[in-house]
Design a protein around this ligand. Structure first.
Ligand code: FES
Ligand code: MG
Length: 584
């Protein structure tokens, strides 16, 4: 435990906060503060400015991150809000992760970003922090880091991108990216059209406009009470988004003054509200891994069985792609999270505290009555009668696997078939389109070694339909892996098989021609092989978990946990165990 002394001014009676907070270097506290002030004054600050509560602002703008392309305007507005409320805004950079520019996968770097965030919150003097993130891994990384650092913290998301228009059809990243690429692979459209649509898929800065991980985590952050009310839905380029940013700055000062630390907000009730929202929005399966990691930072274990039980009585209400038809800007026009939360009210803990210091229920009252709209359904007319995500167990996944049932083909949810196996992502790339691949539409595609240790858990679980089947019009097949998939993808896809192949999970020994049975109704994933046969295969081909000689990869491979623990580093979880969430 690092000490966080509160009063170290030249005069020890003086400031408990402001720029003099947390001073421990040099032994001589007076000199430390003298030096710190000298340097900050080099930037032109007066003593008066330095006596205010300091609000750190974690800025994640980067030329490599168009999802955060509105960062300059957000920073300006957050700072305005901080100043209006009497605080001193101090923005600072942390690393930034964009899905398409983080090789080998952004998931490899999420924990690094969380450590960067945690340590900079600890290292620099601040009384509260505004976390600005958006693209998939950034919000989880910031919440993980802030949960560990323990300060008052408020999440601001960058907001969704606008939709584009391609030959009269509305398009948005990245469900439509996949759809058009699928058409191209099936020779339904040519190279010219696929190049045309490429220009329209991402019509502005901001995060993906469907219920992908970014939108899911934005809604989850609000459901957790970590964002200002209405903070999830305004698109990146709107005035509403800028107003949310200003309000966030103001709220951060209030949190600094009242000492509203993150542990008071991220309670079991908050996590249960977040799980309800995840299920009711047909949100990204990735959020399960992220929620497990965030909860772990506070000493809670994510209980997948309890989550599945909640799924059985939480209908999907939010009509967003890929489970539904709309985009985030439509959700915003329909009232955003207040509309969804109002509909979910009987299933929520309304007494959970939010960053405003008021409860979720109080904020919902303040948001006023609802109105007629087409994006959030009522509970008696859901998109899907159960939650978007189901948890599967069986001899292929003793520690669990998940399926996004709301985005799956209903015909395939009870299915037995022959396994067509790919040993790793490269093997898949090499053979999936081979004309002589022995595969039929009712087979089950299995991909190994894309779990946390196998490949840093990339979003490669959305295996493409083999080209020869796609050309015959096959749109969906049962696909199984130990990896993740993008929240923007659609299909009967079993993910996060735990334990993963690379650490010797049963998946490692599945062979071509084995039979596998999926029953979403029974929540089971069974591999029809005898224990004797499995034992013989284990002995014939033992698995050695991968390691690396040096660097971040060494740390990653040595300490990354399985998907059910959030794929966090084992040493980053809280030491104290506070039980499991959701509570059953
Ligand atoms: Fe950033 Fe989709 S790529 S949110
Ligand atoms: Mg994504």
């Amino acid at each position: 435990e690092r000490s966080q002394p509160d009063a170290h001014a030249i005069n020890p009676e003086a400031a408990h906060s402001g720029i003099s907070k947390g001073l421990t270097n040099y032994g001589d506290r007076g000199f430390s503060l003298f030096l710190r002030k000298a340097f900050i004054k080099g930037a032109g600050y007066t003593d008066q400015a330095l006596e205010r509560p300091v609000i750190g602002i974690a800025s994640t703008g980067s030329a490599y991150n168009p999802c955060h392309g509105n960062m300059p305007r957000l920073l300006e507005a957050v700072k305005r809000g901080v100043l209006m409320a009497g605080g001193l805004p101090m923005d600072f950079p942390t690393i930034s992760l964009h899905e398409s520019f983080s090789q080998p996968t952004s998931m490899y770097l999420r924990n690094l970003m969380s450590m960067d965030t945690e340590e900079m919150l600890r290292a620099q003097p601040m009384d509260a922090v505004v976390l600005i993130g958006g693209c998939d891994k950034t919000v989880p990384a910031q919440l993980m880091g802030a949960a560990s650092a323990g300060l008052p913290a408020v999440q601001l998301v960058t907001g969704s991108m606008l939709t584009g228009s391609h030959r009269g059809e509305r398009v948005g990243a990245c469900t439509d990216c996949r759809r058009y690429w699928g058409k191209f692979r099936a020779d339904e459209i040519g190279a010219e059209e696929v190049a045309d649509v490429n220009t329209q898929l991402v019509a502005s800065v901001g995060t993906c406009s469907v219920a992908g991980t970014a939108s899911t985590m934005a809604c989850i952050a609000e459901a957790l009470g970590m964002s200002v009310p209405g903070g999830a839905s305004p698109p990146a380029v709107t005035a509403d988004r800028i107003r949310v940013a200003e309000r966030t700055g103001t709220v951060a000062v209030q949190m600094a003054r009242t000492g509203l630390t993150i542990d008071k907000i991220l309670t079991p009730e908050a996590f249960e509200n977040a799980v309800r929202v995840l299920l009711a929005m047909g949100g990204s399966t990735n959020a399960i891994v992220h929620l497990a990691a965030i909860a772990g930072r506070l000493g809670y274990t994510l209980d997948l069985k309890a989550l599945d039980a909640m799924s059985r009585d939480t209908p999907v209400l939010l009509d967003l792609k890929p489970s539904g038809d709309h985009y985030m800007e439509d959700f915003h026009a329909a009232g955003g999270m207040a509309t969804l939360l109002r509909e979910l009210k009987p299933l929520l803990h309304l007494d959970a505290l939010t960053v405003t210091g008021r409860t979720l229920g109080e904020e919902l009252e303040a948001a006023g009555p609802g109105f007629a709209q087409h994006v959030v359904r009522s509970r008696d007319n859901p998109i899907f009668p159960q939650g978007g995500i189901a948890v599967l167990y069986g001899n292929l996944a003793p520690e669990g696997a998940i399926i996004k049932q709301s985005a799956a083909d209903q015909r395939l949810m009870e299915h037995e078939g022959r396994a067509v196996v790919f040993e790793n992502a490269q093997d898949l790339a090499d053979r999936i389109d081979a004309p002589d691949l022995d595969v039929q539409a009712d087979d089950i595609l299995v991909l190994k070694n894309i779990g946390p240790k196998g490949a840093a858990m990339p979003e490669a679980g959305y295996l493409p339909i083999p080209k020869k089947l796609a050309a015959q019009g096959v749109k969906d097949m049962v696909r199984i892996s130990d990896g993740r998939m993008s929240g923007t993808a659609f299909g009967t896809i079993v993910l996060h098989v735990t334990p993963e192949a690379a650490v010797g999970g049963p998946l490692a020994w599945v062979q071509n021609g084995d039979r596998i049975r999926l029953s979403v109704r029974e929540r089971s994933i069974e591999w029809l092989v005898s224990p004797q046969e499995l034992q013989a295969r284990r002995e014939a081909r033992p698995v050695q978990a991968p390691t690396a000689a040096r660097g971040y990869q060494h740390l990653f491979l040595k300490t990354v946990t399985q998907a059910d623990k959030g794929a966090d580093f084992d040493f980053l979880a809280a030491v104290e165990n506070k039980g499991s969430v959701p509570r059953s």
